[in-house]
Design a protein around this ligand. Structure first.
Ligand code: URA
Length: 257
């Protein structure tokens, strides 16, 4: 991991923002608690609204009770085929949570991978970051490698790149290229900014080339690399920066600072 720190929230922030994040009250409500002298930092009442504290170093209390802060954690999992991208499954199938059993935080997946799709799956307890990764506005590339039946023509690939109607909705522009050809199959790389359900499979089906094997290889510049199937690694600040190489969302700039 080198110098990339996985401890992302060790920083000072305004008290009202911290209290809001911890769910004590809304930002406005937290300001009222501060003004009323009900908030203490390291045992001393703080009534100043601009006061900053560090939830990892400082003890913050509200009416004498300790305020607890959830530690934000970001994980890249190499999902094997046959695992459901959920944290529980009524049908009792293997779930991605089984592969993260030694992480105490409750994480959720950032976008789904189908049961039979493998590869990069970002898991976190940070809803803001998850929304930013999934929102087309931030243009986070999701890169897939797909073995498809046959040899799509240049013309067909151009249709995929420009946008193709699947279930009545036009897909956003994509990048598609051929990586390899063998016997009667082609290995394609396809880069999307969006994540409609079974999108890659549906896009190739729309040009009559069925996907026979699908793997997500990257979010932005954050690549799976040599991470073994079924294994995960905890991400640090530099990893998160790689996800947002184009546009870093304002809401998460503070964790990347
Ligand atoms: N597109 C698909 O078809 N399946 C996935 O799991 C992800 C993207």
């Amino acid at each position: 991991m080198g110098h990339d720190s996985p401890l992302l929230m060790r920083m000072e922030e305004r008290l009202q923002k911290l209290l809001a994040k911890a769910g004590v009250a809304s930002r406005r409500g937290a300001e009222q608690l501060i003004r009323a002298g009900r908030i203490c930092v390291n045992g001393r009442p703080v009534t100043e609204l601009g006061f900053k504290a560090d939830p990892d170093r400082d003890t913050i209390t509200c009416d004498g009770k300790a305020v607890t802060f959830e530690h934000k954690i970001y994980v890249l999992l190499n999902k094997p085929a046959g695992y459901v991208t959920t944290m529980s499954d009524p049908q009792g199938r293997p779930i991605v949570a089984d592969l993260l059993a030694d992480i105490p935080e409750r994480l959720f997946p950032v976008g789904r991978l189908d049961l039979e799709t493998e590869g990069a799956l970002l898991m976190t307890n940070d809803g803001e970051l998850a929304n930013a990764v999934l929102h087309p506005r931030y243009e986070v590339n999701k890169t897939y490698e797909a073995w498809v039946a046959g040899f799509p023509s240049a013309n067909q690939l151009q249709r995929l790149e420009q946008g193709i109607v699947i279930e009545g909705v036009m897909t956003l522009p994509a990048q598609v290229r051929v990586l390899q050809r063998k016997k009667n199959q082609s290995l394609m790389e396809i880069i999307l900014h969006e994540g409609k359900k079974r999108q890659v499979r549906k896009m190739f089906l729309a040009i009559n080339h069925k996907v026979v094997h699908l793997r997500r290889t990257a979010y932005g510049e954050l690549r799976l690399g040599s991470l073994a199937q079924g294994k995960y690694r905890i991400l640090g600040t530099n990893d998160l920066k790689k996800i947002f190489s184009n546009k870093i969302p304002f809401t998460i700039k503070n964790i990347l600072a």
